[in-house]
Design a protein around this ligand. Structure first.
Ligand SMILES: [Zn+2]
Length: 221
């Protein structure tokens, strides 16, 4: 029990035994004032005896933090995948011309494109064309160019452009002309793709200025 001295306001703890034996008269140990402890019971505890509230323990992690970490990891994984994909897209974009013409890689790329339903650019390698025959013969009013050209590639190719150079007797060029497929193909040969091992023929009448023609060259470009 706790009592407070009415004189010096000192608080004292007394046992029930002390309380009973005091008979209504308690001597303050501090100022010797005698007072009735029953009349001076107090519930005010001294400062040092106050029950201290436990400190609020802050949680070390919050529920949402537990989910935030995997989310963050997933985000970075997705970012990395996107980055790598972008790298390959760029590689494919900038190097596609080389990749498409790679004879070893192309069958694989074609298979991959079947899977992903994409369209590969047409294979194109001028060196895979073979000029089987060519002639440049004078007729009455024209010179007639004739040629047979074959696609030796393992893949279909677009028809090549032809560069005809007409030479004089000393081997100097006196006329040059680039012939495009739409110019040298017949009207009914409108297909622009030459299949594997396919051969096409050309027969073209060309007008030339009066000149002594000593020879000609055909170059595929
Ligand atoms: Zn007192």
């Amino acid at each position: 029990m706790l009592i407070e001295c009415p004189e010096c306001h000192q608080q004292h703890t007394i046992t029930p035994e002390q309380f009973q034996s005091s008979n209504g008269a308690f001597d303050c140990p501090n100022c010797s004032t005698q007072f009735d402890p029953l009349a001076h019971l107090t519930e005010t505890f001294p400062e040092q005896q106050r029950h201290e509230e436990p400190e609020e323990i802050l949680p070390t992690s919050y529920p949402w933090e537990k989910t935030r970490q995997p989310l963050s990891a997933a985000f970075w994984t997705m970012g990395a995948i996107a980055g790598i994909s972008l790298f390959f897209v760029q590689l494919f974009h900038f190097k596609s011309e080389e990749l498409m013409q790679n004879k070893t890689l192309r069958p694989w790329l074609e298979q991959a494109c079947l899977l992903f339903q994409c369209q590969l650019p047409m294979y194109r390698n001028i060196k895979d064309f073979s000029v089987l025959h060519s002639s440049f013969v004078a007729s009455d009013k024209f010179y007639t160019l004739q040629a047979a050209i074959s696609n030796q590639a393992e893949f279909p190719q677009q028809y090549p452009n032809l560069k005809l150079t007409v030479l004089n007797f000393s081997g100097s060029a006196i006329a040059k002309r680039i012939l495009r497929p739409r110019e040298y193909l017949n009207q009914n040969m409108s297909a622009s793709v030459l299949r594997k091992a396919e051969t096409f023929t050309i027969k073209l009448d060309l007008a030339l200025p009066n000149a002594q023609v000593g020879g000609f060259t055909i170059e595929l470009i």
